[in-house]
Design a protein around this ligand. Structure first.
Ligand SMILES: Cc1cc2nc3c(=O)[nH]c(=O)nc-3n(C[C@H](O)[C@H](O)[C@H](O)COP(=O)(O)OP(=O)(O)OC[C@H]3O[C@@H](n4cnc5c(N)ncnc54)[C@H](O)[C@@H]3O)c2cc1C
Length: 311
Protein backbone atom coordinates (compact mmCIF):
# COMPACT_ATOMS: atom_id res chain seq x y z
CA UNK A 1 0.00 0.00 0.00
CA UNK A 2 1.44 3.40 -0.97
CA UNK A 3 2.32 5.90 1.75
CA UNK A 4 -0.17 8.44 0.35
CA UNK A 5 -2.97 5.88 0.48
CA UNK A 6 -2.05 4.86 4.04
CA UNK A 7 -2.02 8.49 5.22
CA UNK A 8 -5.34 9.31 3.55
CA UNK A 9 -7.00 6.22 5.06
CA UNK A 10 -5.60 7.18 8.48
CA UNK A 11 -6.99 10.70 8.00
CA UNK A 12 -10.42 9.20 7.28
CA UNK A 13 -10.57 8.10 10.96
CA UNK A 14 -9.54 11.49 12.39
CA UNK A 15 -12.30 13.22 14.36
CA UNK A 16 -10.27 16.46 14.47
CA UNK A 17 -9.90 16.57 10.70
CA UNK A 18 -13.56 15.72 10.22
CA UNK A 19 -14.62 18.60 12.46
CA UNK A 20 -12.16 21.17 11.12
CA UNK A 21 -11.36 20.07 7.54
CA UNK A 22 -14.98 19.87 6.39
CA UNK A 23 -15.52 23.56 7.20
CA UNK A 24 -12.85 24.72 4.74
CA UNK A 25 -14.60 26.10 1.64
CA UNK A 26 -11.99 24.64 -0.74
CA UNK A 27 -12.58 21.13 0.68
CA UNK A 28 -16.35 21.57 0.30
CA UNK A 29 -15.84 22.66 -3.31
CA UNK A 30 -13.58 19.68 -4.02
CA UNK A 31 -16.03 17.13 -2.57
CA UNK A 32 -18.74 18.32 -4.96
CA UNK A 33 -16.90 16.37 -7.65
CA UNK A 34 -18.06 13.13 -5.96
CA UNK A 35 -21.50 14.12 -4.66
CA UNK A 36 -24.13 16.40 -6.16
CA UNK A 37 -24.96 17.93 -2.75
CA UNK A 38 -25.76 17.17 0.87
CA UNK A 39 -29.56 16.85 0.58
CA UNK A 40 -31.84 14.06 -0.56
CA UNK A 41 -33.24 16.42 -3.20
CA UNK A 42 -29.72 16.98 -4.58
CA UNK A 43 -29.48 13.19 -4.97
CA UNK A 44 -32.89 13.00 -6.65
CA UNK A 45 -31.86 15.71 -9.13
CA UNK A 46 -28.70 13.78 -10.05
CA UNK A 47 -30.65 10.50 -10.35
CA UNK A 48 -33.12 12.18 -12.72
CA UNK A 49 -30.27 13.47 -14.89
CA UNK A 50 -28.57 10.06 -15.13
CA UNK A 51 -31.90 8.29 -15.79
CA UNK A 52 -32.29 10.35 -18.97
CA UNK A 53 -29.09 8.74 -20.21
CA UNK A 54 -30.31 5.21 -19.57
CA UNK A 55 -28.35 4.84 -16.34
CA UNK A 56 -30.05 3.66 -13.14
CA UNK A 57 -29.25 4.82 -9.63
CA UNK A 58 -28.25 3.58 -6.21
CA UNK A 59 -28.49 6.05 -3.33
CA UNK A 60 -26.74 6.24 0.00
CA UNK A 61 -26.98 8.72 2.84
CA UNK A 62 -23.44 8.98 4.12
CA UNK A 63 -22.69 8.03 7.71
CA UNK A 64 -21.07 5.21 9.66
CA UNK A 65 -20.34 3.97 13.18
CA UNK A 66 -23.39 5.58 14.73
CA UNK A 67 -23.26 5.04 18.50
CA UNK A 68 -26.50 6.76 19.43
CA UNK A 69 -29.72 4.72 19.10
CA UNK A 70 -31.87 7.79 18.42
CA UNK A 71 -29.58 8.76 15.52
CA UNK A 72 -29.76 5.24 14.07
CA UNK A 73 -33.58 5.40 14.34
CA UNK A 74 -33.57 8.70 12.43
CA UNK A 75 -31.37 7.24 9.67
CA UNK A 76 -33.60 4.15 9.35
CA UNK A 77 -36.76 6.30 9.17
CA UNK A 78 -35.09 8.47 6.54
CA UNK A 79 -34.33 5.46 4.33
CA UNK A 80 -37.88 4.10 4.57
CA UNK A 81 -39.27 7.50 3.56
CA UNK A 82 -36.61 7.84 0.85
CA UNK A 83 -37.61 4.55 -0.77
CA UNK A 84 -41.22 5.78 -0.98
CA UNK A 85 -40.17 9.18 -2.34
CA UNK A 86 -37.95 7.61 -5.00
CA UNK A 87 -40.85 5.44 -6.08
CA UNK A 88 -43.16 8.49 -6.13
CA UNK A 89 -40.65 10.26 -8.37
CA UNK A 90 -40.80 7.30 -10.79
CA UNK A 91 -37.06 6.71 -10.52
CA UNK A 92 -35.20 3.40 -10.68
CA UNK A 93 -32.90 4.08 -7.76
CA UNK A 94 -32.08 1.53 -5.03
CA UNK A 95 -30.92 2.16 -1.45
CA UNK A 96 -27.47 1.05 -0.27
CA UNK A 97 -26.93 1.10 3.48
CA UNK A 98 -24.13 0.70 5.98
CA UNK A 99 -25.13 -1.46 8.95
CA UNK A 100 -22.99 0.57 11.38
CA UNK A 101 -25.11 3.57 10.42
CA UNK A 102 -28.18 1.60 11.53
CA UNK A 103 -26.64 0.83 14.93
CA UNK A 104 -24.55 -2.34 14.41
CA UNK A 105 -22.01 -1.01 16.96
CA UNK A 106 -24.83 -0.68 19.51
CA UNK A 107 -26.43 -4.09 19.07
CA UNK A 108 -26.74 -6.58 16.23
CA UNK A 109 -30.44 -7.33 16.72
CA UNK A 110 -31.16 -3.61 16.83
CA UNK A 111 -29.44 -3.07 13.46
CA UNK A 112 -31.13 -6.18 12.05
CA UNK A 113 -34.53 -4.77 13.08
CA UNK A 114 -33.89 -1.61 11.07
CA UNK A 115 -32.48 -3.51 8.09
CA UNK A 116 -35.46 -5.89 8.11
CA UNK A 117 -37.94 -3.00 8.11
CA UNK A 118 -36.07 -1.33 5.28
CA UNK A 119 -35.76 -4.54 3.22
CA UNK A 120 -39.54 -4.95 3.47
CA UNK A 121 -40.13 -1.32 2.46
CA UNK A 122 -37.78 -1.72 -0.52
CA UNK A 123 -39.53 -4.92 -1.64
CA UNK A 124 -42.95 -3.30 -1.36
CA UNK A 125 -41.74 -0.38 -3.47
CA UNK A 126 -40.43 -2.81 -6.14
CA UNK A 127 -36.88 -1.80 -5.22
CA UNK A 128 -33.89 -3.76 -3.88
CA UNK A 129 -31.80 -3.35 -0.73
CA UNK A 130 -28.01 -3.24 -1.03
CA UNK A 131 -25.84 -3.63 2.06
CA UNK A 132 -22.36 -2.10 1.93
CA UNK A 133 -19.34 -3.92 3.31
CA UNK A 134 -17.28 -2.06 5.90
CA UNK A 135 -13.98 -2.94 7.64
CA UNK A 136 -13.06 -6.63 8.03
CA UNK A 137 -14.20 -7.02 11.69
CA UNK A 138 -17.76 -6.35 10.45
CA UNK A 139 -17.82 -8.96 7.68
CA UNK A 140 -19.22 -11.89 9.72
CA UNK A 141 -21.99 -9.81 11.28
CA UNK A 142 -22.87 -8.17 7.97
CA UNK A 143 -23.16 -11.48 6.14
CA UNK A 144 -25.17 -13.01 8.98
CA UNK A 145 -27.67 -10.13 8.82
CA UNK A 146 -27.89 -10.37 5.03
CA UNK A 147 -28.53 -14.14 5.25
CA UNK A 148 -31.37 -13.49 7.70
CA UNK A 149 -32.84 -10.82 5.44
CA UNK A 150 -32.68 -13.22 2.49
CA UNK A 151 -34.50 -15.92 4.47
CA UNK A 152 -37.35 -13.45 4.91
CA UNK A 153 -37.58 -12.43 1.27
CA UNK A 154 -35.78 -11.79 -2.02
CA UNK A 155 -34.41 -8.50 -3.43
CA UNK A 156 -31.43 -8.15 -1.15
CA UNK A 157 -27.76 -8.00 -1.99
CA UNK A 158 -24.42 -7.37 -0.32
CA UNK A 159 -21.08 -5.91 -1.28
CA UNK A 160 -18.09 -8.29 -1.19
CA UNK A 161 -14.49 -7.04 -1.29
CA UNK A 162 -12.07 -8.80 -3.65
CA UNK A 163 -9.04 -7.86 -1.48
CA UNK A 164 -10.18 -10.06 1.43
CA UNK A 165 -8.65 -13.54 1.59
CA UNK A 166 -11.97 -14.99 2.78
CA UNK A 167 -14.09 -13.61 -0.09
CA UNK A 168 -13.99 -16.67 -2.43
CA UNK A 169 -15.75 -18.71 0.29
CA UNK A 170 -18.17 -15.92 1.14
CA UNK A 171 -19.00 -15.53 -2.54
CA UNK A 172 -19.86 -19.23 -2.88
CA UNK A 173 -22.14 -18.97 0.14
CA UNK A 174 -23.94 -15.88 -1.19
CA UNK A 175 -24.34 -17.47 -4.62
CA UNK A 176 -25.79 -20.65 -3.13
CA UNK A 177 -28.38 -18.61 -1.24
CA UNK A 178 -29.37 -16.52 -4.26
CA UNK A 179 -28.17 -13.31 -2.61
CA UNK A 180 -27.17 -10.49 -4.95
CA UNK A 181 -23.47 -9.60 -4.91
CA UNK A 182 -21.83 -6.29 -5.73
CA UNK A 183 -18.16 -7.12 -6.11
CA UNK A 184 -15.69 -4.31 -5.35
CA UNK A 185 -11.93 -4.21 -4.80
CA UNK A 186 -12.19 -2.89 -1.22
CA UNK A 187 -11.73 0.61 0.18
CA UNK A 188 -10.31 0.23 3.72
CA UNK A 189 -6.88 -0.18 5.27
CA UNK A 190 -6.61 -3.89 6.08
CA UNK A 191 -3.65 -5.92 7.41
CA UNK A 192 -1.98 -8.58 5.21
CA UNK A 193 -3.33 -11.26 7.57
CA UNK A 194 -6.81 -10.67 6.14
CA UNK A 195 -6.29 -8.92 2.80
CA UNK A 196 -4.21 -9.36 -0.36
CA UNK A 197 -1.54 -6.63 -0.08
CA UNK A 198 -0.63 -6.07 -3.75
CA UNK A 199 -3.03 -4.21 -6.01
CA UNK A 200 -2.15 -6.32 -9.07
CA UNK A 201 -3.10 -9.44 -7.08
CA UNK A 202 -6.38 -7.85 -5.98
CA UNK A 203 -7.18 -7.13 -9.64
CA UNK A 204 -6.54 -10.76 -10.56
CA UNK A 205 -8.58 -12.04 -7.63
CA UNK A 206 -11.39 -9.70 -8.74
CA UNK A 207 -11.39 -11.22 -12.21
CA UNK A 208 -11.43 -14.78 -10.87
CA UNK A 209 -14.39 -13.95 -8.60
CA UNK A 210 -16.15 -12.22 -11.51
CA UNK A 211 -15.82 -15.39 -13.58
CA UNK A 212 -17.46 -17.33 -10.76
CA UNK A 213 -20.30 -14.79 -10.58
CA UNK A 214 -20.94 -15.25 -14.30
CA UNK A 215 -20.80 -19.05 -14.22
CA UNK A 216 -23.83 -21.27 -14.80
CA UNK A 217 -24.20 -22.34 -11.11
CA UNK A 218 -24.37 -18.67 -10.03
CA UNK A 219 -26.88 -17.77 -12.73
CA UNK A 220 -29.04 -20.73 -11.69
CA UNK A 221 -29.57 -19.40 -8.14
CA UNK A 222 -30.77 -16.03 -9.43
CA UNK A 223 -28.78 -13.52 -7.34
CA UNK A 224 -27.80 -10.31 -9.14
CA UNK A 225 -24.20 -10.12 -10.37
CA UNK A 226 -22.91 -6.57 -10.03
CA UNK A 227 -19.39 -5.35 -10.74
CA UNK A 228 -18.69 -2.20 -8.74
CA UNK A 229 -15.56 -0.86 -10.38
CA UNK A 230 -14.21 1.99 -12.52
CA UNK A 231 -11.37 -0.13 -13.85
CA UNK A 232 -11.86 0.07 -17.62
CA UNK A 233 -9.43 -2.75 -18.37
CA UNK A 234 -11.14 -5.06 -15.89
CA UNK A 235 -14.59 -4.14 -17.22
CA UNK A 236 -13.45 -4.98 -20.76
CA UNK A 237 -12.05 -8.33 -19.56
CA UNK A 238 -15.30 -9.19 -17.76
CA UNK A 239 -17.39 -8.30 -20.82
CA UNK A 240 -15.12 -10.31 -23.10
CA UNK A 241 -15.37 -13.29 -20.77
CA UNK A 242 -19.17 -12.95 -20.63
CA UNK A 243 -19.38 -12.87 -24.43
CA UNK A 244 -17.00 -15.78 -24.85
CA UNK A 245 -19.06 -17.89 -22.43
CA UNK A 246 -22.44 -16.82 -23.82
CA UNK A 247 -23.65 -14.95 -20.76
CA UNK A 248 -26.31 -12.52 -21.95
CA UNK A 249 -26.01 -8.81 -21.03
CA UNK A 250 -29.07 -8.73 -18.71
CA UNK A 251 -27.35 -11.21 -16.37
CA UNK A 252 -24.79 -8.74 -15.02
CA UNK A 253 -24.39 -5.05 -14.26
CA UNK A 254 -21.75 -2.39 -13.71
CA UNK A 255 -22.10 0.08 -10.86
CA UNK A 256 -19.86 3.12 -10.51
CA UNK A 257 -19.66 6.10 -8.20
CA UNK A 258 -21.11 9.46 -9.15
CA UNK A 259 -18.47 11.68 -10.72
CA UNK A 260 -15.98 8.90 -11.59
CA UNK A 261 -15.42 7.57 -15.15
CA UNK A 262 -18.47 9.44 -16.45
CA UNK A 263 -17.48 8.77 -20.08
CA UNK A 264 -17.16 5.04 -19.44
CA UNK A 265 -20.60 4.99 -17.75
CA UNK A 266 -22.16 6.57 -20.83
CA UNK A 267 -20.22 4.39 -23.24
CA UNK A 268 -21.32 1.21 -21.47
CA UNK A 269 -24.96 2.34 -21.34
CA UNK A 270 -24.91 3.24 -25.05
CA UNK A 271 -23.42 -0.18 -25.72
CA UNK A 272 -26.42 -1.86 -24.07
CA UNK A 273 -24.82 -2.78 -20.73
CA UNK A 274 -26.81 -2.42 -17.50
CA UNK A 275 -25.26 0.48 -15.61
CA UNK A 276 -26.05 2.20 -12.32
CA UNK A 277 -24.41 5.10 -10.56
CA UNK A 278 -24.17 5.24 -6.79
CA UNK A 279 -25.09 8.74 -5.64
CA UNK A 280 -24.11 9.75 -2.11
CA UNK A 281 -25.49 12.65 -0.08
CA UNK A 282 -25.71 13.86 3.52
CA UNK A 283 -23.57 16.07 5.74
CA UNK A 284 -21.40 13.29 7.17
CA UNK A 285 -19.15 12.87 4.11
CA UNK A 286 -15.63 13.23 5.50
CA UNK A 287 -14.45 9.57 5.98
CA UNK A 288 -16.14 8.51 2.74
CA UNK A 289 -14.49 11.38 0.85
CA UNK A 290 -11.06 10.52 2.30
CA UNK A 291 -11.47 6.97 1.00
CA UNK A 292 -12.23 8.40 -2.47
CA UNK A 293 -8.99 10.45 -2.29
CA UNK A 294 -7.07 7.38 -1.14
CA UNK A 295 -8.26 5.40 -4.15
CA UNK A 296 -6.48 7.82 -6.40
CA UNK A 297 -3.97 9.97 -4.54
CA UNK A 298 -3.75 12.15 -7.69
CA UNK A 299 -7.16 13.43 -6.50
CA UNK A 300 -5.32 15.36 -3.80
CA UNK A 301 -3.99 17.63 -6.56
CA UNK A 302 -7.58 18.38 -7.48
CA UNK A 303 -8.20 19.55 -3.88
CA UNK A 304 -4.99 21.60 -3.95
CA UNK A 305 -6.00 23.17 -7.27
CA UNK A 306 -9.28 24.27 -5.69
CA UNK A 307 -7.32 25.90 -2.89
CA UNK A 308 -4.93 27.75 -5.18
CA UNK A 309 -7.30 28.70 -7.99
CA UNK A 310 -10.37 29.81 -6.08
CA UNK A 311 -9.34 30.98 -2.61
C1 LIG B 1 -20.86 1.15 -6.74
C2 LIG B 1 -19.72 1.00 -5.77
C3 LIG B 1 -19.98 0.62 -4.46
C4 LIG B 1 -18.92 0.44 -3.56
N1 LIG B 1 -19.18 -0.03 -2.32
C5 LIG B 1 -18.14 -0.35 -1.49
C6 LIG B 1 -18.35 -1.00 -0.25
O1 LIG B 1 -19.49 -1.26 0.16
N2 LIG B 1 -17.26 -1.33 0.49
C7 LIG B 1 -15.98 -1.08 0.07
O2 LIG B 1 -15.01 -1.43 0.76
N3 LIG B 1 -15.75 -0.42 -1.09
C8 LIG B 1 -16.79 -0.06 -1.87
N4 LIG B 1 -16.54 0.58 -3.07
C9 LIG B 1 -15.19 1.11 -3.36
C10 LIG B 1 -14.26 0.05 -3.96
O3 LIG B 1 -13.90 -0.89 -2.98
C11 LIG B 1 -12.98 0.69 -4.52
O4 LIG B 1 -12.27 1.32 -3.47
C12 LIG B 1 -13.20 1.73 -5.60
O5 LIG B 1 -14.23 1.37 -6.46
C13 LIG B 1 -11.91 1.92 -6.44
O6 LIG B 1 -11.56 0.74 -7.09
P1 LIG B 1 -11.78 0.45 -8.66
O7 LIG B 1 -12.43 -0.88 -8.78
O8 LIG B 1 -12.54 1.57 -9.26
O9 LIG B 1 -10.36 0.26 -9.26
P2 LIG B 1 -9.02 1.11 -9.21
O10 LIG B 1 -7.98 0.23 -9.79
O11 LIG B 1 -8.80 1.67 -7.86
O12 LIG B 1 -9.32 2.29 -10.20
C14 LIG B 1 -9.42 2.12 -11.60
C15 LIG B 1 -9.48 3.49 -12.23
O13 LIG B 1 -10.72 4.13 -11.87
C16 LIG B 1 -10.51 5.50 -11.61
N5 LIG B 1 -10.81 5.75 -10.17
C17 LIG B 1 -10.99 4.83 -9.21
N6 LIG B 1 -11.28 5.43 -8.03
C18 LIG B 1 -11.24 6.75 -8.28
C19 LIG B 1 -11.44 7.89 -7.47
N7 LIG B 1 -11.74 7.79 -6.17
N8 LIG B 1 -11.33 9.11 -8.05
C20 LIG B 1 -11.05 9.23 -9.36
N9 LIG B 1 -10.85 8.18 -10.19
C21 LIG B 1 -10.95 6.96 -9.65
C22 LIG B 1 -9.06 5.79 -11.92
O14 LIG B 1 -9.00 6.21 -13.26
C23 LIG B 1 -8.39 4.45 -11.74
O15 LIG B 1 -7.23 4.32 -12.49
C24 LIG B 1 -17.59 0.74 -3.98
C25 LIG B 1 -17.35 1.14 -5.30
C26 LIG B 1 -18.38 1.26 -6.19
C27 LIG B 1 -18.07 1.67 -7.59
Amino acid sequence: MSLARTLLLKASDSTWLREHGTRAPFVRRAVSRFMPGETFDDMLGAARATAVQGIGGVFTRLGENVKDAAEANTVAAHYVEAVTRVRGAGLDCEPSIKLTQLGLDIDREFALGHARHLARAAREAGSFLWVDMEQSPYVDQTLEIVRRLREEGPRVGVCLQAYLLRTPEDLDDMIERGIGVRLVKGAYKEPPTVAVPLKADVDEQYFRLAQRMLGAPARATGGRAVFGTHDIRLIARIREHAMATDVPGPHYEFHMLYGIQREEQLRLARDGALVRVLIAYGPYWFPWYMRRLAERPANVWFVAKNLVVRS
